[in-house]
Design a protein around this ligand. Structure first.
Ligand SMILES: Nc1ncnc2c1ncn2[C@@H]1O[C@H](COP(=O)(O)OP(=O)(O)OP(=O)(O)O)[C@@H](O)[C@H]1O
Length: 814
């Protein structure tokens, strides 16, 4: 039977006696059970399916047997049933016993009293006690007298709970004591009815007990069932365990089998591989043998073929030789015949030719005769014409003579004496004028010599190294912000003041420092090349006078060096034009000049000829330019360098163009190259005075230096690095040379760079030097500009010794 059905049929069942692990249920019965409690019982009662999780569920233990010493309530109630009078007669005793029941009832029914045992009955039962007998304080004592500890005891000690009707028993005591305390019959009736109720209760309890026993039995059977199930499960577990062990054994065997098969397989694979190798070896052996056999056969076949071929060739050769011989003989015969025929024809032709020759000779002699006749006729004709013209001329002359004679006769006929006097005075005056002119010429030559002396003295006084500054204008293509440059002194035009970069003080004030510089001359951005040349023309004159002159432009890239030096109206074309003009003028003073020019560049410490850049020596190597100094003449020559005779201004222009184009060829970007090399235009001027016997030899060097800002750039690599190092080196060597000259040092380090070595006689004692420091007007170039101006100031402060002209008068040193 199902547990739930059992419960439904026994609503008043007391679970305290069963002690099963089920929720504690009050004596109220089924009406007080919650659904969850019922469900839990249903779940526990249903046997779990075999093999499910329920196997692990705790099997409920049989409830312990109730305390045997304790008398069941029904028995105790039965003891009182036949003696209702005693209850009235001996109220304290009955009261004690009666007092135990509600206490027990309270133990069994902790919260509620259900319909069969309503609170009203308890309260009416309580009414049977006399006043003061059933106080709250007595109850725990009675309960304790039981001597059993229990969980219900603590509840009895707590303040009594309200009944199901939500009022305490004590609430009625007042009523009992006041209304019916001494109504014995009423009380007996009440007690009897109460007893009857009690009896019903006992019966109910007995029924409950029976139900409990049934439940107990059922639980027991359930336990047995579960035991069986457990056993089954254990059996199943053992069976499964056996199966697992068997499966493990199978697995082991399978693994073993697998290993064995793997080893078999590996062995087989090895065998196959070995067999395969052996087969391959056999095959390759067979192949080798076959190849050897074949090659042997091939060799034999080849030999045989060669022999057969040779035989065939021999047969063919013989055959063809025979044929050739036959053909040759046939041809010989034919040739013989042709020769015979030809000789006959030759003979015929010879005869015909001789005949023709004779005819030609005859014709030639006839032509000669005719030509001679024609010539004779022509000369006759011309002589006749000459005669005619001579005759007409002589006729005219004769006519003129006749006329003059006529006039002479007339003159002679007039005053002939006066005429002859005037003639003689005129001749005397002419002689006088000639003598004066000669004297004036002599004076002029003397004055020219004196002018030269004075001019050079004036130059010396100005100093042999002069520095001029030129600021180029801003270009119109929006180059950038202009630097703050001022020119304070209009009169001397020798000062320039540069506002330095912005400086910020610790207080945040922005200021600019002024940097004043002073040079021999400062040219403002508006100055034209013409005015610049006006300043340097005196130096060009000095070169004509036999001095070595060096004019160089120094400054950063883009500051205007090339513009100043080599542009169409730059210093080089202007200087050459001036020289031509001067030479022409000097011719009147008996000076004859020859002018020779060469153009070189110093690039990477190598001299390159810009007029013949690709010229090679006889051994095919590029011609190496070598510097040669003539100590006595204080002149420098460059070996293997093309030197051009400059007879006219146009030849100078041609030379400049050629140099420029060669410079462009040498580098893809001519501008870049111009920034990275020094170009030197060398003009040699040799003058001789036929009147005075003077001879002078001067050199004009016009140098466009490489961009000075390269001094700082050091991030370059490879070729660029070499270039940078060389530019740095040569520019600092130039500074060293100027400094050494200024100090009057015995040793001047000319040889430290190609540039200074080349300009040795144009820098220092025997020369006049002019440096142009070129200035860019841009703010971005400010630092470079300051560096350039400082360098120029150093040069300007250097005093170099007196210059000397290389001049000779025939037979004596200058
Ligand atoms: N005085 C001037 N008036 C007008 N334009 C000028 C003047 N000076 C220079 N320029 C212009 O400025 C530019 C740079 O000048 P230039 O090529 O002569 O500089 P640079 O110093 O020779 O440079 P690099 O070292 O690269 O050869 C050119 O376009 C040139 O025409």
């Amino acid at each position: 039977m199902d547990g739930s059905e059992n419960q439904a049929s026994q609503p008043a069942r007391n679970f305290k006696q069963s002690r099963l692990r089920e929720p504690t249920v009050s004596a109220g019965g089924l009406a007080e059970w919650s659904d969850s409690q019922q469900n839990s019982r249903i779940q526990s009662a249903i046997p779990a399916p075999p093999g499910c999780k329920g196997i692990k569920r705790e099997i409920p233990q049989p409830a312990p047997q109730p305390d045997a010493k304790r008398k069941p309530l029904a028995e105790r109630a039965a003891e009182y049933a036949p003696k209702p009078a005693m209850a009235a007669a001996n109220p304290p005793r009955t009261g004690i016993k009666g007092q135990t029941l509600p206490a027990m009832s309270q133990l069994k029914q902790p919260s509620r009293i259900t319909a069969p045992a309503p609170a009203s009955s308890t309260s009416s039962f309580a009414k049977s006690f006399g006043p003061g007998r059933n106080t709250v304080s007595d109850r725990p004592v009675t309960s304790k007298s039981n001597g059993r500890p229990g969980h219900g005891r603590s509840r009895s000690q707590a303040p009594r709970p309200r009944t199901a009707h939500d009022h305490r028993d004590e609430d009625h005591y007042g009523d009992v004591s006041t209304s019916s305390a001494w109504d014995v019959d009423g009380r007996v009736d009440t007690i009897e009815s109460q007893f009857k109720e009690l009896k019903d209760m006992v019966n109910t309890t007995l029924t409950q007990k029976k139900g409990d026993e049934d439940a107990f039995e059922m639980a027991k059977s359930r336990v047995l069932e579960l035991e069986d199930y457990r056993k089954k499960l254990e059996e199943r577990h053992d069976r499964l365990k056996d199966e697992l062990d068997a499966a493990k054994d199978d697995g082991r065997q399978l693994r073993h089998e697998m290993d064995r098969q793997r080893w078999d397989h590996i062995r087989k694979v090895d065998d196959i591989e070995r067999r395969h190798r052996e087969t391959a070896d056999d095959l390759s052996r067979q192949h080798r043998t076959a190849v050897e056999d074949l090659s042997r056969e091939l060799g034999q076949l080849k030999e045989q073929e060669t022999k057969e071929h040779q035989q065939r060739m021999d047969a063919l050769t013989r055959h063809y030789q025979q044929e050739l011989e036959d053909e040759r003989q046939r041809r010989d015969r034919e040739t013989q015949e042709i020769r015979t025929r030809m000789s006959n024809e030759y003979q015929d032709m010879d005869l015909a030719l001789q005949r023709k020759d004779r005819e030609v000779q005859e014709l030639g002699s006839r032509v000669e005769t005719l030509r001679a006749e024609l010539e004779r006729e022509r000369s006759l004709n011309s002589s006749l014409q000459t005669n005619i013209s001579e005759l007409s001329a002589s006729n005219t002359t004769l006519e003129a003579k006749i006329n003059s004679l006529k006039s002479h006769v007339e003159f002679l006929e007039s005053d002939s004496k006066a005429q002859s006097d005037s003639f003689s005075s005129m001749e005397a005056r002419l002689q006088e004028a000639l003598r004066a002119a000669d004297e004036a010429r002599q004076k002029l030559i003397k004055e020219e010599t004196e002018r030269r002396v004075l001019f050079n003295k004036y130059q010396e006084l100005k100093g042999n190294i002069r520095v001029m500054c030129r600021v180029r204008p801003t270009l119109t293509n929006g180059e950038g912000e202009e630097a703050k440059i001022s020119f304070p002194d209009d009169k001397t035009s020798a000062e320039i003041v540069l506002a330095g970069p912005e400086e910020r003080s610790s207080l945040g004030a922005v200021s600019r420092k002024n940097y004043p510089f002073e040079f021999d001359r400062v040219f403002t951005p508006g100055t034209q090349n013409e005015e610049i040349f006006g300043e340097i023309s005196q130096l060009v004159q000095s070169a004509l006078d036999g001095y070595n002159v060096c004019i160089f432009c120094y400054g950063q890239t883009g500051s205007g060096k090339t513009y100043t030096m080599s542009s169409d109206d730059g210093m080089i074309p202007r200087a050459t034009h001036m020289i031509y003009d001067t030479i022409t003028k000097l011719k009147e003073k008996s000076w004859e000049y020859t002018m020779e020019g060469c153009f070189v560049e110093v690039y990477n410490e190598e001299l390159n000829d810009l007029l013949t850049p690709n010229e090679r020596s006889s051994d095919g190597r590029p011609k190496r330019l070598e510097i040669r100094h003539d100590e006595a003449r204080k002149q420098t020559a460059i070996l293997n360098c093309k030197s051009v005779q400059l007879n006219s201004a146009s030849s100078v222009e041609r030379m400049l163009q050629e140099a420029q184009s060669n410079r462009s060829v040498a580098a893809t970007k001519a501008n870049e190259r111009s920034s990275r090399s020094h170009s030197v235009f060398i003009l040699k001027l040799v003058g001789e005075n036929s009147a005075t016997g003077e001879r002078c030899e001067g050199t004009l060097n016009l140098v466009d230096l490489a961009g000075s800002e390269r001094l700082k750039h050091s991030q370059a690599e490879g070729e660029r690095m070499k270039e940078t190092q060389n530019i740095n080196k040569s520019l600092s060597c130039l500074g060293d040379v100027i400094e050494a000259l200024g100090r009057g040092s015995g040793h001047v380090p000319y040889r430290n760079s190609k540039l200074t070595h080349l300009l040795q006689y144009s820098l220092g004692g025997n020369s006049k030097t002019l440096m142009f420091v070129m200035v860019s007007p841009l703010e971005t170039h400010l630092k470079e500009t300051l560096t350039s101006l400082r360098f120029a100031t150093k040069v300007h402060n250097t005093h170099i010794g007196t210059a000397k002209a290389t001049k000779k008068v025939k037979g004596q040193e200058a």
